[in-house]
Design a protein around this ligand. Structure first.
Ligand code: ADP
Ligand code: MG
Length: 603
């Protein structure tokens, strides 16, 4: 036989708890019935009294000695097997749904069962049932489960699910009993967090950082929000540690003020040096401008981009740059590495971290910033791998109205666009594609462009493949009225005068993308509108989206719709990877699982 561990790995089973969580998909219960109820599945000991062969149909009259009554067994498509098996006076254990028919009891197509009084689990696996059962009985036992950190009661319940004495202990009213579901959710969360925490690798820090951020915070023209301050506090204690280099992800919605957290962190790093990497030169430039504006003039800030440099990075306190940073061989020693818009980087990011945070035994502190909101439950789980700070509020309340529109609303949309342009505001229209396509029932930029250029002044166009995208965006920021673009503007710069975004074919996009696009308008609190243009005006996902502004609620919504197998960004997202746990709902359970793991580790 193959190595059992290898066999299990092929089934996606890596830990003892993975194996314990392979809960039978169903059970075959051969417990003999003690009473008869019609419409229910029963198991009887039965003796054949009489047989009635027919045309392709075969009927056996059984006598149930326990109940002193008879019951008919009807077989359609009878074969010689049936005639042989159900010979007169032979006794069987039969199983099937009991029905009332013309005053008599009957079972259609009864099954015969080898042995009465058993509950046999049925596993969903490509291994043989006996094989998996043997592996479970061999490895999943009480001592092992308790050693994993489960309580006696939890261990007993899990064991019971693999070898129940009665199905009543498991099911109730057609479903699992609630306490069983709660237990399985807990064990699933616990197992997942436990695996993540094993993966986490920590390194000593190259330096412990104690710079002061207070004067900087005081000098700002606004007060930081409680969440900005809390996050800065968390980072402060990370950076003070020498035993462990910081490894933290700051997750905050678009406009939640992450830049101020970045700048405060650069202050806390002083007199050591820090570096900040951004995914585009436009963003790097914007960050540089903000640093120059808000940091005290004594701080030496440098900007490094391909073919462009401001200041001397070799002597700077704070180096801001794009990927171009990675190609500099003469970077000074950096003790704090920050990555902005982390979700935009992909694999380049790992490379960047390796290069910038050092290869030796000790590593620089690393902070990453992301605008992709994740549900709190997910943050809680992921924090086993990387510390997470959530910023869920924005400094000023944005006033954005989201509306679903289609063709018949086009005239009023145009009127609204004219009105906003008249007020000196700007409009962004996002198309699904650059060129016409048969597959997509919406106009492309190429098709629509003529209309806008004919009816409006100062129309700008850009898209992902546009080499001069950055220049177009900068030009538009100063002089444009309408910008036609693809979803590329997701990574765009801040456009403070933007008050209308129209998203064409909105139902084709994921909620996270829609939320990013909507976050482009009303950056500085101007009353703004997000129009979701769709042929499917009754789209439930879009309706839910239009009712909430919180990125964290949207992350939750996204999960709910994903679980139902929705189409997002053109591909079908597979459901969640948990069998029991619901990431949108089970915050309390995840939190308990996390606490349990912490207390198990203390022992
Ligand atoms: P993001 O989290 O998307 O990076 P930014 O850091 O760009 O957000 O902040 C968005 C805007 O809010 C910027 O203009 C910034 O100066 C401003 N801002 C940040 N924090 C505050 C605050 N506490 N009060 C008022 N405005 C703030
Ligand atoms: Mg930002």
């Amino acid at each position: 036989m193959e190595d059992p561990k290898e066999l299990l790995r092929k089934q996606g089973i890596y830990s003892l708890l993975d194996l314990a969580l392979l809960i039978p998909a169903s059970y075959i219960d051969t417990t003999l019935s003690t009473q008869i109820g019609t419409g229910k599945v029963h198991t009887f000991e039965a003796t054949v009294q009489d047989v009635h062969p027919g045309h392709g149909k075969f009927q056996a009259d059984f006598y149930l000695s326990r109940f002193c009554r008879s019951i008919k067994g009807v077989f359609f498509r009878a074969t010689p097997y049936h005639y042989q098996t159900f010979a007169k006076n032979s006794t069987h254990i039969i199983q099937g749904r009991v029905e009332q028919f013309g005053g008599a009891l009957q079972i259609i197509q009864p099954k015969t069962v080898k042995q009465a009084g058993q509950i046999i689990p049925k596993y969903k696996t490509t291994l043989k049932q006996e094989e998996i059962y043997a592996l479970i009985t061999r490895y999943v036992h009480k001592k092992a489960l308790v050693a994993e950190g489960l309580t006696d009661e939890e261990a007993d319940t899990l064991l019971m699910l693999h070898a129940p004495i009665s199905l009543d202990a498991i099911y109730q009213g057609g479903g699992y009993r609630p306490h069983i579901v709660a237990l399985l959710k807990f064990v699933e969360a616990y197992n997942h967090i436990k695996k993540l925490s094993v993966k986490r690798m920590d390194f000593p820090a190259t330096a412990s950082l104690h710079g002061d951020e207070k004067a900087f915070i005081k000098s700002l023209p606004f007060a930081l929000t409680d969440e900005q301050l809390r996050t800065i506090g968390e980072i402060k204690s990370d950076l003070a540690n020498t035993h462990k280099a910081a490894k933290r992800m700051v997750v905050g919605d678009v406009g939640s003020g992450k830049t101020m957290v970045i700048l405060a962190s650069a202050m806390m790093a002083l007199p050591c040096k820090s570096a900040l990497m951004a995914p585009t030169s436009l963003l790097a430039q914007q960050l540089y401008e903000e640093a120059a504006k808000h940091l005290p003039p004594s701080i030496n800030v440098a900007l490094v981009m391909q073919g462009r440099m401001t200041g001397d990075y070799r002597t700077a306190d704070f180096i801001i740059g794009t990927h171009a940073l990675l190609y500099k061989d003469d970077l000074p020693k950096i003790d704090l590495v920050m990555i902005d818009e982390q979700h935009r980087f992909g694999t380049a990011q790992r490379h960047a971290l390796e290069k910038l945070s050092g290869r030796g035994e000790a590593k620089a502190h690393v902070l990453q910033f992301s605008a992709t909101p994740i549900p709190r439950t997910q943050a809680m789980m992921d924090s086993a791998l990387i510390d997470i700070s959530l910023i869920t509020t924005t400094p000023f309340s944005k006033s954005i109205t989201t509306k679903l529109i289609s063709k018949e609303n086009f005239a009023s949309l145009l009127a609204h666009i004219k009105e906003e342009i008249g007020l000196g505001h700007q409009v962004l229209i996002v198309y699904p594609l650059i060129e016409q396509s048969e597959q997509i029932p919406y106009q492309s930029i190429d098709e629509a462009r003529g209309f806008w250029e004919k009816n409006f002044d100062n129309v700008f166009v850009t898209h992902g493949k546009d080499k001069s995208k950055d220049e177009v965006l900068l030009e538009f920021r100063e002089h444009g009225d309408i910008l036609l673009a693809t979803t590329v503007v997701e990574v765009g710069i801040s456009l403070p005068r933007l008050t209308i975004v129209v998203i064409v074919g909105a139902e084709r996009l994921g909620l996270a993308t829609l939320h990013q696009l909507r976050g482009r308008v009303g950056r500085l609190g101007l009353k703004s509108w997000c129009y979701l243009y769709s042929h499917d005006k009754s789209n439930e996902r879009l309706h839910s989206f239009s009712k909430t502004m919180s990125g964290f609620d949207i992350a939750k919504l996204d999960l709910q719709f994903r679980n139902s197998g929705d189409i997002i960004d053109g591909t079908i997202q597979s459901g969640q990877k948990f069998r029991w746990l619901d990431m949108a709902e089970d915050e309390e359970i995840v939190s308990r699982a996390k606490n349990r793991l912490a207390s198990v580790k203390m022992k």
